[in-house]
Design a protein around this ligand. Structure first.
Ligand code: T46
Length: 138
Protein backbone atom coordinates (compact mmCIF):
# COMPACT_ATOMS: atom_id res chain seq x y z
CA UNK A 1 0.00 0.00 0.00
CA UNK A 2 1.41 3.33 -1.02
CA UNK A 3 1.17 6.24 1.42
CA UNK A 4 0.97 9.52 -0.48
CA UNK A 5 2.17 12.51 1.52
CA UNK A 6 2.34 15.95 -0.07
CA UNK A 7 4.95 18.43 1.13
CA UNK A 8 3.58 21.93 0.57
CA UNK A 9 5.86 24.82 -0.21
CA UNK A 10 5.80 27.49 2.53
CA UNK A 11 6.19 31.11 1.43
CA UNK A 12 8.42 32.01 4.34
CA UNK A 13 10.02 35.32 5.11
CA UNK A 14 11.16 37.05 8.27
CA UNK A 15 7.52 37.50 9.34
CA UNK A 16 6.90 33.76 9.40
CA UNK A 17 5.33 31.11 7.14
CA UNK A 18 2.36 31.07 4.81
CA UNK A 19 1.08 28.10 2.85
CA UNK A 20 -1.35 28.52 -0.04
CA UNK A 21 -3.19 25.52 -1.47
CA UNK A 22 -4.96 25.55 -4.83
CA UNK A 23 -7.19 22.87 -6.31
CA UNK A 24 -5.62 20.76 -9.08
CA UNK A 25 -2.25 22.31 -8.27
CA UNK A 26 -1.41 21.55 -4.64
CA UNK A 27 -4.56 19.53 -3.96
CA UNK A 28 -5.15 16.83 -6.63
CA UNK A 29 -8.92 17.38 -6.96
CA UNK A 30 -11.59 20.08 -6.99
CA UNK A 31 -12.08 21.18 -3.38
CA UNK A 32 -15.80 21.01 -2.62
CA UNK A 33 -15.61 21.09 1.16
CA UNK A 34 -13.24 21.97 3.97
CA UNK A 35 -13.69 20.90 7.59
CA UNK A 36 -11.49 20.67 10.64
CA UNK A 37 -11.48 19.10 14.07
CA UNK A 38 -9.98 20.48 17.25
CA UNK A 39 -10.35 20.11 21.04
CA UNK A 40 -10.22 16.35 20.59
CA UNK A 41 -10.44 14.64 23.95
CA UNK A 42 -7.53 12.53 25.15
CA UNK A 43 -7.55 8.91 23.97
CA UNK A 44 -10.27 9.48 21.37
CA UNK A 45 -10.20 7.52 18.12
CA UNK A 46 -12.23 9.10 15.30
CA UNK A 47 -13.10 7.79 11.87
CA UNK A 48 -13.71 4.01 11.83
CA UNK A 49 -15.09 4.19 8.34
CA UNK A 50 -14.26 4.22 4.63
CA UNK A 51 -15.74 6.24 1.77
CA UNK A 52 -17.06 4.87 -1.51
CA UNK A 53 -16.18 7.96 -3.54
CA UNK A 54 -14.66 10.70 -1.37
CA UNK A 55 -10.99 11.65 -1.68
CA UNK A 56 -9.33 13.85 0.91
CA UNK A 57 -6.12 15.56 1.96
CA UNK A 58 -5.53 15.71 5.73
CA UNK A 59 -3.25 18.37 7.20
CA UNK A 60 -2.52 18.63 10.91
CA UNK A 61 -2.01 22.40 10.88
CA UNK A 62 -1.32 22.55 14.63
CA UNK A 63 -0.17 19.90 17.08
CA UNK A 64 -0.02 16.27 15.99
CA UNK A 65 -2.09 13.15 15.43
CA UNK A 66 -1.80 9.78 13.73
CA UNK A 67 -3.82 8.28 10.90
CA UNK A 68 -4.34 4.53 10.51
CA UNK A 69 -5.02 3.57 6.90
CA UNK A 70 -6.24 0.13 5.91
CA UNK A 71 -6.99 -0.91 2.32
CA UNK A 72 -8.48 -4.26 3.29
CA UNK A 73 -5.15 -6.03 2.85
CA UNK A 74 -2.52 -3.88 4.51
CA UNK A 75 -2.46 -1.32 7.27
CA UNK A 76 -0.17 1.68 7.76
CA UNK A 77 0.06 4.28 10.51
CA UNK A 78 1.04 7.74 9.35
CA UNK A 79 2.03 10.45 11.86
CA UNK A 80 0.94 13.99 10.95
CA UNK A 81 2.89 16.61 12.83
CA UNK A 82 3.94 19.26 10.32
CA UNK A 83 1.65 22.03 9.03
CA UNK A 84 3.28 21.71 5.60
CA UNK A 85 2.50 18.01 5.12
CA UNK A 86 -0.72 16.67 3.63
CA UNK A 87 -1.80 13.04 3.64
CA UNK A 88 -3.84 11.89 0.65
CA UNK A 89 -6.62 9.50 1.64
CA UNK A 90 -8.26 7.83 -1.32
CA UNK A 91 -11.75 6.37 -1.53
CA UNK A 92 -12.09 2.70 -0.50
CA UNK A 93 -9.68 3.21 2.38
CA UNK A 94 -10.58 2.46 6.00
CA UNK A 95 -9.32 5.30 8.24
CA UNK A 96 -8.94 6.02 11.93
CA UNK A 97 -7.49 9.16 13.48
CA UNK A 98 -5.96 8.87 16.94
CA UNK A 99 -3.24 10.05 19.31
CA UNK A 100 -4.34 13.67 18.98
CA UNK A 101 -2.22 16.12 20.95
CA UNK A 102 -4.26 18.50 23.12
CA UNK A 103 -3.60 21.36 20.69
CA UNK A 104 -4.17 19.37 17.47
CA UNK A 105 -6.13 20.96 14.63
CA UNK A 106 -6.75 18.52 11.78
CA UNK A 107 -7.81 20.28 8.59
CA UNK A 108 -9.37 18.28 5.76
CA UNK A 109 -9.84 19.15 2.09
CA UNK A 110 -12.57 17.02 0.55
CA UNK A 111 -13.44 16.24 -3.06
CA UNK A 112 -17.20 15.97 -2.38
CA UNK A 113 -19.92 17.64 -0.38
CA UNK A 114 -21.03 15.87 2.80
CA UNK A 115 -23.01 12.73 1.96
CA UNK A 116 -23.89 10.29 4.74
CA UNK A 117 -24.56 7.61 2.08
CA UNK A 118 -20.92 7.68 0.99
CA UNK A 119 -19.76 6.25 4.35
CA UNK A 120 -19.11 2.56 5.02
CA UNK A 121 -19.08 2.26 8.81
CA UNK A 122 -18.80 -1.50 9.18
CA UNK A 123 -15.40 -3.09 8.48
CA UNK A 124 -16.84 -6.36 7.10
CA UNK A 125 -19.12 -4.37 4.82
CA UNK A 126 -16.03 -2.43 3.67
CA UNK A 127 -14.27 -5.71 2.81
CA UNK A 128 -17.37 -6.88 0.87
CA UNK A 129 -17.56 -3.53 -0.93
CA UNK A 130 -13.97 -3.56 -2.18
CA UNK A 131 -14.23 -7.24 -3.15
CA UNK A 132 -17.63 -7.25 -4.84
CA UNK A 133 -18.25 -3.75 -6.07
CA UNK A 134 -14.96 -3.23 -7.84
CA UNK A 135 -13.39 -0.96 -5.27
CA UNK A 136 -9.75 -0.74 -6.33
CA UNK A 137 -7.19 -1.51 -3.62
CA UNK A 138 -4.70 1.32 -3.25
C1 T46 B 1 -13.36 11.43 7.36
C2 T46 B 1 -12.56 11.77 8.57
C3 T46 B 1 -11.12 12.05 8.27
C4 T46 B 1 -21.19 17.20 8.91
O1 T46 B 1 -22.33 17.60 9.17
N1 T46 B 1 -20.57 17.64 7.77
C5 T46 B 1 -19.32 17.25 7.43
O2 T46 B 1 -18.78 17.69 6.39
C6 T46 B 1 -18.63 16.33 8.30
C7 T46 B 1 -17.23 15.84 7.97
C8 T46 B 1 -19.27 15.89 9.43
N2 T46 B 1 -20.52 16.33 9.72
C9 T46 B 1 -21.16 15.89 10.97
C10 T46 B 1 -21.56 14.43 10.98
C11 T46 B 1 -21.40 14.05 12.44
O3 T46 B 1 -22.60 14.36 13.12
O4 T46 B 1 -20.21 16.06 12.02
C12 T46 B 1 -20.32 14.99 12.96
C13 T46 B 1 -18.97 14.32 13.15
O5 T46 B 1 -18.60 13.63 11.92
P1 T46 B 1 -17.92 12.18 11.92
O6 T46 B 1 -18.36 11.40 13.08
O7 T46 B 1 -18.13 11.59 10.55
O8 T46 B 1 -16.37 12.59 12.10
P2 T46 B 1 -15.08 11.67 11.98
O9 T46 B 1 -14.00 12.43 12.62
O10 T46 B 1 -15.32 10.28 12.43
O11 T46 B 1 -14.79 11.59 10.38
C14 T46 B 1 -14.50 12.75 9.64
C15 T46 B 1 -15.27 12.75 8.32
O12 T46 B 1 -16.66 12.58 8.58
C16 T46 B 1 -14.82 11.64 7.39
O13 T46 B 1 -15.34 11.87 6.10
O14 T46 B 1 -12.83 10.84 6.43
O15 T46 B 1 -13.10 12.82 9.35
Amino acid sequence: MQVVKYVFQPHGDKRGQLIALEEFKDIPFKIKRVYYMYDTAEGVVRGHHAHKKLEQILVCIHGSCKIRLNNGVEEKIVPLEKPYEGLYVANNMWREMFDFSKDAVLLVFASELYDANDYIRDYDEFLDFITNEGGDKH
